[in-house]
Design a protein around this ligand. Structure first.
Ligand code: 13P
Length: 231
């Protein structure tokens, strides 16, 4: 990565952190963000409000836990472990969004009450077991809950959303929060019916085919709409 690319990435991370707060999914000094970079990753510093954080405040870490710069996020272990174990993703976003955290405080897994649960990659958004913040135990629980998934809740804590890039991770975190809010609302009328695993497999296939929410649809990939032929 060139110096210019590194600076651009740092600037984009600061922008995404501020959008975590302005979108309402995070507040205060809660939350943290990391992006794979070079042989390690960049991670937000601990306890620094996003509105005063600058690109130079981001911490450069190696997978052995050594770092250059300010004190890294207290959650650097789960950022490190997820990036190390999930070559399919490049970004880890953690926040304490209100409704996802509401469900996490009850240790509720989000079932397939709505087809959009499929955006997290499976039939559920699991809730990881509780462990003290900043510990290896929390990282181990998070990694388990994320197996085959792009998001999870953290018991009595918050949520984690993953992405191939920063925009994707932010988009997913907002989706997880929206789904959580919907699920809390749905539960006020009682336990809802749950979509079957077969239907969710169809949903996930359809999402993959259409790059649903994860990028522009390839021209002509939808078998009903046809690309316009220009003359
Ligand atoms: P940091 O400021 O150390 O990243 O901690 C915030 C947090 O959300 C801990 O889970």
């Amino acid at each position: 990565m060139t110096d210019t690319e590194n600076q651009d990435l740092r600037r984009k991370m600061v922008e995404i952190c501020r959008r975590m707060n302005s979108s309402g999914i995070n507040q205060g000094t809660a939350g943290n963000l990391s992006v794979r970079s070079g042989t390690g990753f960049l991670v937000t510093p601990s306890s620094l409000p996003y509105d005063i954080m600058t690109p130079d405040d981001l911490v450069e870490m190696d997978f052995d836990g050594t770092y250059v710069g300010r004190r890294p996020s207290s959650e650097w272990r789960f950022h490190r472990d997820i990036l190390k174990n999930r070559p399919d993703i490049n970004v880890v976003l953690h926040c304490h969004s209100m409704y996802a955290t509401t469900l996490a405080c009850h240790h509720k897994t989000i079932p397939a009450f709505h087809y959009m649960v499929g955006v997290a990659g499976g039939t559920t958004v699991r809730c990881a077991e509780y462990a003290t913040f900043g510990t290896q135990a929390l990282s181990d629980h998070a990694l388990k809950a994320l197996d085959g998934r792009l998001a999870c809740l953290l018991g009595q804590h918050g949520q984690i959303s993953l992405g191939k890039d920063l925009e994707q991770a932010l988009w997913l975190a907002i989706e997880v929060e929206t789904l959580s809010r919907m699920y809390v609302q749905v539960l006020t009328l009682g336990e809802p019916p749950i979509l079957s695993d077969e239907e969710m497999s169809r949903v996930i296939e359809q999402m993959k085919r259409m790059s649903y929410g994860l990028g522009p649809e390839a021209e002509g990939s939808n078998d009903i709409a046809r690309p316009r032929v220009s003359n």
